[in-house]
Design a protein around this ligand. Sequence first.
Ligand code: FAD
Ligand code: LAC
Ligand code: ZN
Length: 438
Amino acid sequence: VFEQLRAAMPELTVLTDPTSMAGFTSDWTGHWSSSPLAVVQPTTTEQVGEILQWASAHAIHVITQGGNTGLVGGSVGGSSPHIILSTKNLRSYAAIDHQRRTLTASAGFTLGEIQEMARSEQFDYPVDIAARDSATIGGTVATNAGGIRVIAHGMTSAHVVGLEVVLSDGTIIDAVDKLPKDNTGPDWLRLFIGSEGTLGVITAVSVQLSEQRNPLWTALIPVTSIDQAIEMGLSLAPAVLAAEIISTASANEVATVAQLTPLGTDTRWWLLLEADCDFESAMERIEFPEETILAQQPSDVERLWTYRERHTEMISRHNNVVKLDVSVPLSQLNSFIFEVSKLVPKYAPTADCLYAFGHVLDGNIHISVRDVTDEKGLTEAVLNLVVECDGAISAEHGIGRMKTQYWAEHQSASQLTVWRGIRKSLDRAGVMNPEVLA
Ligand code: FAD
Ligand code: LAC
Ligand code: ZN
């Protein structure tokens, strides 16, 4: 079946042998993998169009893959015949429009590269995640990535001002250069933000840039409870630029991996707080405990962030890990984590197998559990608790393969009908990541 594709595009990279495909066939967690017919690496939007037309004609599923850092299994395929369409080589265009303060780039640039381009012109692209040097700008839009600066700047969706997308019938929709004021009908292109490869391939993105807001101080503060962390963070809003919670136990596991000094053990939690008010005015509102670690120089800032940012990597070294990413109303976060810690021993050897960390002021907590003996049981039990709290079963990672079944069971019939109608009208052949959000 590839002859037609190869004949139409002799210059297209089509990998079919298992060794060259190996870097694409397992996701970052190692939990999800697939055996694609091929990995294709287009370099232009037109090539993406031809590939999709060809796949639709042959009923071959298309799994779009950016940096392959997604944590919910959406970037690899299932058991049906599929190809992986890697967007990493879509790198032909990147430019800043100074007048509008926007940056437009092909989908394959990494988030880190986009941040750097913005900074080099004294702007800021304020979406930030630990996977910045691998995740693509297209992938961050496709997942509506959140991360460590949402509290100050919002999710990816807050910054997207234009998109170029290709539908499965090969149609190219070029709306990358939209005017800042364009109210000509509903903005249905925004449906592609967070669509996880199910509606089409995002080939280029235009984002609004911001003024740089740099922290005036960074501190790691011992706290006795999640509620205390929330109270401290809220007392400084809107100067807060990041507010992240980690437990002493998990930070000390990171310390071992990253060769850092362990944190004191007299407290259960630490709050990593950054703000752009001066520290003296912060002290008027917060009573910083004596053990607070205040960064004195840039290398300290980096060190304090290492305790937080290397959590996902450290946890991935364990076996049978379940990673859940949820949010609940702030007022319920403390009790939610307490309830989760009570149910963990039913699905893992001990309560110590739980790692709870994350973007505390967003109500977004990452629940990871190692050595899980009943993955489905644990996942359902935690997600049921989330639903009871009127929370969201995905805060920022998306639904992917991992949560699709649970998601479908908890959508109302009318919500599912609307979603399936949208999907059918944009992907008539039904080939775009069909097992995700299904
Ligand atoms: P991939 O993993 O390749 O794909 C993810 C999904 O998007 C798939 O369903 C895929 O089909 C689809 N997709 C990708 N590119 C396109 C495209 N161009 N067009 C259409 N569909 C596409 N996420 C957060 O939100 N916040 C965090 O703080 C955060 N921290 C992380 C830290 C680590 C260490 C790691 C490994 C991951 C983290 N993530 C985080 C998750 C991940 O980095 C994000 O979901 C990221 O946006 C995925 O980008 P990607 O290019 O790697 O996409
Ligand atoms: C983080 C990822 C797991 O915040 O979202 O580290
Ligand atoms: Zn996160």
